[in-house]
Write a protein that binds this ligand. Sequence first.
Ligand code: FES
Length: 334
Amino acid sequence: MEHIITIEGGAAFAVSTEEDSLLRGALRAGIGMPHECSVGGCGACRFDLVSGDMETLWAEAPGLSERDRKRGKRLACQSRPRGDCTIRIRCADEYTPAVAPRRGLARLEGRRQLTPDMSEFSLRTAWPAAFLPGQYALLYPPGTEGARAYSMSNLPNADGLWQFVIRRVSGGRGSNALFDRLGVGDEVAIDSPYGNACLRDTPAREIVRIAGGSGLAPMLSIARAALARPDAPPVRFFDGARTAADLCGESLLGDCPPPHRLSYTPVLSMPDASPGWRGAVGFVHEEVKRALPQPLDRYEFYFAGPPPMIDAVQTMLMHKHGVPFQQIHFDRFF
Ligand code: FES
């Protein structure tokens, strides 16, 4: 069953009520509805319901403040229409999906341990793995409610191979279900691709990737894609981790030709736990500022990681070094 959604002063589109939130229905229809995380965390998809009936999927989603709730705001990624509706939201071309998201089942082909709490999951679908480097998929871990967002770490391919670098989060039901309840040969629901922090066609500027924790996967995909372009400038990769045992970026990038175009800088935030470590220490954004030849507005920046890291990098680049927003690309991971 489908309901028709009309954007005040704009387009109308159909949403499948069995499967889709308002946001996913819009993106599947090629509408440029604002979004970042797709899972209720960022607030980018706030809208007003002008008329009609809309179910709220997660009432406490952190993407809405108390003030937003009092003003009647809703999240498109946490809303599902119960009938035809009219909404108010400002759409933009930059959010129009280059590849329309597709939902189905993927089979786990293999799992490779990378660090004590991170593994590479390789999934296979019956359709091509079509996405832009830096985008993410929604996976539905077995026995849990709702989806979790994980970025692809490989490159798009016609063989339907989707690879993810996933960290087991202490107390995180989604990641623990993937590690403990999804065996090789099992199927898991996948809905992909989403996200806007993709590799842009602007090879003239040197490219800087900054990864922290679970933000490693999209930075790997973007670095692999950039290094595959023969005419692209060098890539500088900063990999933030707690200890040396948590680092795996360099080995995963080892298959990228040609290695001389890649500089890799690991940065440890807990160096005391890694005896003998002689590399960079501290916050990864501090090392970026220290290690890169200035001025910083000569680079194109891509970064992914936990919200405090994203905020610190964004503040450092935009407010302290005047890097234009158009040269900054990021997604938040929760
Ligand atoms: Fe809806 Fe982030 S809260 S896209």
